[in-house]
Design a protein around this ligand. Structure first.
Ligand SMILES: [Zn+2]
Length: 118
């Protein structure tokens, strides 16, 4: 008895597993019923289900998400023009603009590191 199929990793839709016949070879697949995401064929249904259910983490994508989350928090916490309505001194505005530029540079560096790691 094989394990149950997890929901689709992309849309959490219900998935199903089915055999495909290629000449004299039978390969097992899994496919999402909602968005039709699928993987290549496996020799057994158990292998196909195990592959579908594997949720391999992507360290590069996780690092990028953490970096962008940090940048987003910095932007909302340091930008008085976004979060407040009263007047600020020129110095405060310039400091905010500098921090925003630094945050943007950090986001660009995180994206470059992600592209490099792929
Ligand atoms: Zn799906």
């Amino acid at each position: 008895m094989s394990e149950a199929l997890k929901g689709c990793p992309f849309c959490n839709g219900e998935a199903w597993s089915f055999p495909s016949q290629y000449a004299d070879v039978t390969l097992w697949n899994a496919r999402c019923k909602k968005c039709y995401a699928a993987h290549d064929g496996y020799k057994t249904q158990a292998e196909a289900i195990a592959a579908w259910n594997r949720r391999a983490p992507d360290p590069a994508a996780e690092a990028l998400a953490r970096a962008l989350e940090k940048c987003g928090m910095r932007l909302t916490s340091t930008n008085p023009l976004l979060s407040q309505t009263w007047a600020y001194s020129q110095e405060t505005i310039e400091t905010t603009q500098r921090l925003n530029r630094e945050t943007l540079d950090e986001a660009r560096a995180a994206l470059a590191a992600y592209e490099e790691a792929k």
